[in-house]
Design a binder for this molecule. Structure first.
Ligand SMILES: [Zn+2]
Length: 466
C-alpha cells in the first residue's frame, strides 16, 4: 500500500488543478514509523516549490495594470530569480514590465514587480533561523544542524550564515544609530520596572591576525541592567567599533525605557574606558567600584602571603589577620586606612630580596594603587548590603561569560576580528534578550487585481518555470 499526498489548487474563477506532492510507502514495517525525515523534507520542499511559484505569479499578475490610470502595462522580458526559503531554494521566472506612460519615466524604463515585493533573495524567516543558530553555535555547526532538519541543503552555507549575521547585526546597529526606530524594529517592551543597577565589564578574545597585531586581543564590553523584579537585559560591543561608548550607554538605557532623569547606579572595575563612558553620559549616574574586583585583588595577595603561614605583618599581627582586617576596612567604607596599612606592608616586604616577596609586594602594590586611584568610587559596601542594594558587578562578569563564553570561546582556540566579534555580539545579545525576530519585508500596498481581467496571459507563464 502507498499513500499519495495531493494538493488541489482552486483559482479565482473556480478552476481546479491537482498536483501530486509525495508518494509515501505504507509497508507494514516500523522502520521508520511514520514519515522518514527525508520524506518529510521532500514533501515540504515540494509544497514550497508550488506555493512560492503561485505567489510569485499572483504578484506579477497584480502588477498587470498601472496603479494610477489602470492602463495595461507592457512586458519587456523575463529573467530567472532564486529565492532561498526555509524549505529550499526556489527558482522562479520573474517578468520585467515597462512603466506606464502616465509615470513620466524615460521611454522604455522598466521594473520588476517581484523585486518590489520580495526585495531580498533570502526570506526573513531563513535569515532569522541562520542568524539565531549562528548566535548559539559555530557557523559550521549551525549550518549542519539546519540542513539536517530542513530541506535547505541547497539554500544555506557557512559563508551564507556569516552574511546573514552581518545583515541582521547591521540592521540592529541601525536602530542604535536611529534610536527613534527602536520602538518598532526591536519590538521593545513598552514598560519595564525601575532599574536597580547597571554593571559593565569587559572580556578579551584572541585576535585573528596576530602577525599584524602582536599580542592584540579583541576587547568586548558587555553590560547588564537589572530591574526591580529580577528582569535583566544585556548589551555588548567591541570597544573600537563604536564611535562613543558614552553614547552607546545612553542609547541602551533609552532602549530599556529608563527616563532621562532617572539616576542610574553603574558598577564597573577600574578600567579607564568605563570612566570615559560614565563621564560622557548625559544621564545622572553614580559609579561604584564593584566589590567583586576588589575581593579578587585581596585574594591574589592572600594566595601569595599564605604560602608561608607564619608570615607576620610589620605591626606584628599574622598576615592572615592583617589582610582580613584591611579587606573589612574597605568593606565598611574606610579604604584610606586600608590603603595606608597595605602600603606599610608593601614597603616592608619590598625590601626583602627574595622571589616570593617580590610577587607579594607586587600584589600589594597593585591593590593599594587600585584602591587609591578609584578612591572616589568606593562606598560603604556593608551598608549597601544591609539595605539589600547591589554591591558587585559579578552580574556583569556573568554577562560577559554568557555573551562571550561558549559561543565566542574565551577558552577555545577561536580567533576574531574586531568587526566580526562586534557584529556577532549584536545578534547574540539580541537573541539572549529574547528580542530577535525575523525582519519584515517592506510590502508595498497593492491594489487588488482588476476583476475584469482575472488572468493576464503573459504572467501566467511563470508557473512553467521548473
Ligand atoms: Zn498609468
Amino acid at each position: 500500500m502507498k499513500m499519495i499526498i495531493e494538493a488541489h489548487l482552486v483559482d479565482d474563477v473556480g478552476q481546479t488543478e491537482r498536483i501530486e506532492l509525495a508518494t509515501i510507502s505504507c509497508e507494514l514495517t516500523t522502520d521508520p514509523l511514520g514519515m522518514s525525515l527525508a520524506e518529510g523534507k521532500a514533501l515540504l520542499s515540494h509544497v514550497q516549490q508550488y506555493l512560492v511559484k503561485l505567489q510569485c505569479q499572483s504578484i506579477a499578475s497584480a502588477h498587470a495594470h498601472c496603479d494610477q490610470c489602470n492602463a495595461r502595462l507592457t512586458m519587456k522580458g523575463w529573467h530567472t530569480r532564486q529565492i532561498r526559503t526555509v524549505f529550499g531554494t526556489i527558482t522562479v521566472r520573474s517578468p520585467r514590465v515597462r512603466h506606464c506612460r502616465c509615470m513620466e519615466k524615460a521611454p522604455g524604463a522598466s521594473f520588476s514587480p517581484l523585486a518590489r515585493v520580495v526585495p531580498t533573495s533570502v526570506t526573513p524567516e531563513l535569515e532569522y533561523l541562520q542568524a539565531k543558530w549562528a548566535a548559539h553555535l559555530s557557523y559550521a555547526t549551525a549550518t549542519r544542524l539546519l540542513s539536517e532538519t530542513l530541506p535547505i541543503a541547497d539554500a544555506i552555507s557557512v559563508s551564507g550564515a556569516k552574511r546573514r549575521v552581518r545583515a541582521v547585526a547591521t540592521a540592529l546597529e541601525q536602530t542604535f544609530a536611529h534610536p527613534e526606530k527602536q520602538e518598532t524594529e526591536l519590538q521593545q517592551p513598552s514598560w519595564l520596572p525601575p532599574i536597580t543597577a547597571l554593571a559593565v565589564d569587559s572580556g578579551w578574545l584572541k585576535h585573528c591576525d596576530p602577525p599584524h597585531h602582536q599580542g592584540r586581543h579583541v576587547n568586548l564590553v558587555v553590560g547588564r541592567t537589572c530591574f526591580e523584579g529580577g528582569e535583566t537585559r544585556l548589551y555588548g560591543y567591541v570597544h573600537n567599533q563604536v564611535p562613543s561608548a558614552a553614547n552607546r550607554l545612553d542609547l541602551f538605557l533609552s532602549a530599556c525605557g529608563v527616563s532621562q532623569t532617572e539616576r542610574v547606579t553603574i558598577f564597573t572595575d577600574g578600567a579607564a574606558e568605563f570612566e570615559k563612558a560614565v563621564k560622557g553620559s548625559l544621564r545622572p549616574m553614580c559609579r561604584i567600584l564593584d566589590w567583586f574586583h576588589i575581593a579578587m585583588k585581596f585574594r591574589a595577595i592572600e594566595q601569595t602571603a599564605l604560602k608561608d603561614p607564619g608570615l607576620q605583618a610589620p605591626n606584628g599581627r599574622s598576615m592572615r589577620d592583617e589582610l582580613a582586617s584591611c579587606k573589612w576596612l574597605v568593606w565598611h567604607g574606610k579604604a584610606r586606612k586600608a590603603v595606608a596599612r597595605l602600603m606599610r606592608m608593601h614597603d616592608a616586604f619590598g625590601l626583602v630580596p627574595e622571589e616570593r616577596f617580590r610577587t607579594l609586594s607586587w600584589n600589594l602594590r597593585q591593590t593599594f594603587w587600585y584602591l587609591r586611584t578609584n578612591d572616589r568610587y568606593l562606598v560603604n559596601y556593608a551598608r549597601r548590603r544591609n539595605k539589600k542594594l547591589p554591591i558587585s558587578s559579578a552580574i556583569a562578569e556573568s554577562a560577559v561569560n554568557e555573551v562571550v563564553g561558549w559561543r565566542m570561546a574565551k577558552k577555545r582556540q577561536m580567533r576574531w576580528s574586531d568587526e566580526g566579534a562586534h557584529l556577532l555580539a549584536q545578534v547574540r545579545v539580541c537573541e539572549l534578550n529574547g528580542e530577535l525576530r525575523p525582519r519584515a519585508f517592506a510590502f508595498p500596498q497593492r491594489q487588488p487585481r482588476p476583476a475584469n481581467d482575472p488572468k493576464w496571459d503573459g504572467y501566467l507563464m511563470l508557473t512553467a518555470a521548473a
